[in-house]
Design a protein around this ligand. Sequence first.
Ligand SMILES: Cc1cc2nc3c(=O)[nH]c(=O)nc-3n(C[C@H](O)[C@H](O)[C@H](O)COP(=O)(O)OP(=O)(O)OC[C@H]3O[C@@H](n4cnc5c(N)ncnc54)[C@H](O)[C@@H]3O)c2cc1C
Length: 319
Amino acid sequence: MTTLIFAPYHKDQSLEPLSRLVNAALGLGKEVHVATAGASDRAFAQAAAKLAGVTQVHNFAPPPTDSLGFDDMAAALAPLMDEYQALIANNTGTSKHVALHLAARLSIAPLTGISAILDRQTFERPIYAGSLIEQISSCDDKLIATIRTAHFEPVEDQPSCPIAQRSAPPSNRRVEVLEHTHTTTERPDLAQASIVIAGGRGIGSSKGFQKLEDFADHLGAALGASRIAVDMGWAPHHLQVGQTGIQIAPDLYIALGISGAVQHIAGIKDAGKIIAINKDIEAPIFKVADYGMVGDLHLLLPQLQKALAKQPSQANKPL
Ligand SMILES: Cc1cc2nc3c(=O)[nH]c(=O)nc-3n(C[C@H](O)[C@H](O)[C@H](O)COP(=O)(O)OP(=O)(O)OC[C@H]3O[C@@H](n4cnc5c(N)ncnc54)[C@H](O)[C@@H]3O)c2cc1C
């Protein structure tokens, strides 16, 4: 069985999710090819070609993967699928959209959010915010699946495999992107960060969130938020962690004033250590926390910051 991995590139893309996808693909069969797209040069394709287990890279240029180009990318991949029995992609963003467009084009029922590959046709995925694990089997001749990469280990390096340059068919879209404005931040990307500091309703205000930023900066951490904090307008939507936000797997997750609703916990199931600060000793977050502090975060946070100020800054250092 030969599996094609769809791997779009975006600015500051880490190779790690793709490396984990390769491991997942090896669970389907020994032949793994990668279709890269979205980079203005060949560097991402060259890095993909050095992941152990990858035997061919198709590099699409010019890249049809801006935010409206999902179906264009699916159209580019569709003819390639004659050669493949399976296509897998990350369960996030562009990857997921393109996989679903491709599935629609090929009349395949896509499987999304896969967390384990039991055999070529049988898979597991969490449902109901992770309270149930569902076992599913694909009845189609070909498989299109999106994978929760945090559940798979990265692969090692290998000598480079061949890279074929591919071009996408002319665009069929009827809407144009006029402008992209970059939101720049010095902080690590929430999806990739090894430390995440997240705030919930207990933070109390936008000002409270600004205090979290100082704390995050000292630890070299990314910022996250509960849905309530986002709904209140204290944090932007892209920082929402959970079932309808993003699922993260940091080494350390610090939850401040977050109750620990099942929909929030769904986003931090793969976190290494969890520290919770909450004034309610009965808060469900303490059931999943490795360490907990019970008390008013507005009193505890300054004390914690004072203690940490005596330590060297951890910004840019691995945990
Ligand atoms: C379909 C669906 C999808 C959802 N998706 C998500 C999602 O992706 N992510 C998500 O987060 N939620 C999601 N939710 C919402 C979720 O159910 C909760 O409502 C939300 O997570 C609660 O956010 P919170 O913990 O900040 O607020 P609350 O539940 O109100 O908890 C606030 C906590 O702060 C504590 N606190 C208050 N003041 C202080 C203080 N001064 N010091 C210390 N502690 C204090 C309180 O004791 C309390 O435990 C979803 C809900 C639904 C129905």
